[in-house]
Design a protein. Structure first.
Lengths: 283, 283
């Protein structure tokens, strides 16, 4: 998804599938170059799938690194775009981008510590702690935490090429499809798949709560379009925490604690806009 | 442990067991009141076991809340100390305190994002992200994350009164004692208890790495005094991450990535000193 603008209420947008790097980046460049006011383009922000090298001192800064999407590994996406558009380019993960979008214009306004999780084909998480995007050594890879896996209840072995039955390996859309033999959007709302899914997501959220103590958790991604999933996750998380975290936000107001992105599917591209704005102001 | 001073190299210290609140706080007050230069005491910092209410807008700010140590629940420790010493009092968790001590004077100097984990009778974690202590909604309770528990390999059901087989329920010193029938300090270094312990701790650390992307992890607490445990945790964590996190800090330099506290058992009290310094400067 590509967009041009200064705020989410007035964006010129386009959208096309991610294929191989040359074709995809070619289409990105074409979109921006066709903009009639190209000279007004001040900066580009990218919110990309990862893992990414975000260490500015690294020789591979701005690269997509160990992604399982093979033709995309070791692609210097920042340089490929900067060299052809000649503006400053900022990059972060898709989920950190979405978190930033939600903080500036969405469901996390006024918060300094929160998590953004997406559950779709894959699972990813990003967030803001003490007002800043989580970076540290690299960037979060919340989809790859390990969680309890009861093989009697769920014999599916998991599909993560790195970890087998990590969170993404058990609870991603891809795992659901492989476990049940059909894509999640075709599984009826009352299929037992969804209760298992809510279980895994609630375990993951309880771990994120115990680790970073977020003021809110935003859950986006294709799987969350099943209207029963969010309420089930909320119910189960209160069960898992079992009264240990004594905060009214959780014990009395869980519907406002675990929420959908206010920007919907635009959270990522709006976050990229904010990344662009910040690098434009720096330079 | 109580200390008076301005820096860790010159502290007047004392230590006594934590019994009930009245007796323990009585001894704390006696220690400070017996200081010959009491008038120079500018502020008190407390790094306490929790959970604590650290929300300054809350009516129970400064309280120990849902602790399983029964006589300590709903104790207003800040007020009990402030009212008798008449100086500003700051409070944070013992592990956030230890993290702060290590950042200012120890193994985390120069870092802005890291974790401090203690594995002793209980398990607790705190840390700093983007330069500030992790607070958000409350404070981290990293000992209570859920991790995989293979009941065939380890039939012990876990001892956490809230969660059964969470990290603390499976891997705390208390869990080791209940599982093996003797306290961990009496289990020989080659007892299988230690490999299981390294497994659980490495799973937990990999989750913390995927969630907050720390630049370093500091591991203190009584269990880490077994000299074989730290190397085993380092070895297993590299196995669990399985090449997914492509950082030389992990793949080539794990001995400097997972480390002991430079301040040893003083990390917490030195962090409390820093908390005191900061509140003294504020007021």
């Amino acid at each position: 998804m590509c967009a041009i603008g200064a705020a989410p209420n007035n964006l010129l947008k386009t959208q096309f599938p991610t294929t191989d790097p040359d074709e995809t980046i070619g289409k990105i460049i074409d979109f921006f170059k066709s903009y009639p006011h190209l000279k007004q383009l001040a900066a580009i922000g990218i919110a990309s799938f990862g893992p990414l090298d975000l260490d500015k001192r690294s020789p591979t800064y701005g690269y997509i690194t160990t992604t399982p999407k093979n033709s995309w590994s070791n692609i210097n996406i920042v340089q490929m775009i900067r060299s052809r558009l000649n503006v400053p380019v900022a990059i972060d993960t898709d989920v950190n981008g979405a978190a930033l979008g939600e903080q500036v214009w969405g469901a996390a306004r006024g918060l300094d510590t929160f998590i953004y999780l997406t559950a779709g084909t894959g699972i990813g998480g990003g967030g803001i702690v003490n007002g800043g995007l989580i970076h540290g050594l690299l960037h979060p890879e919340m989809g790859h935490i390990c969680i309890p896996h009861d093989r009697q209840k769920d014999p599916y072995k998991g599909c993560c090429p790195y970890h087998g039955d990590c969170l993404e390996g058990l609870a991603s859309g891809k795992a659901m499809e492989l476990r049940w033999g059909q894509p999640p959007e075709r599984l009826p709302f009352d299929h037992p798949a969804w209760e298992l899914e809510a279980d895994y997501l609630a375990m993951a959220l309880s771990n994120f709560i115990y680790t970073t103590s977020p003021q809110r958790i935003i859950m986006g991604g294709g799987l969350m379009k099943n209207p029963g999933l969010m309420p089930a996750v909320r119910y189960k998380i209160v069960q898992y925490l079992n009264g240990y975290v004594r905060s009214a936000a959780i014990t009395k107001d869980i519907d406002r604690y675990i929420v959908s992105p206010a920007l919907g599917d635009l959270a990522g591209v709006v976050g990229a806009l904010e990344l662009a704005k910040r690098i434009g102001q720096e330079t």
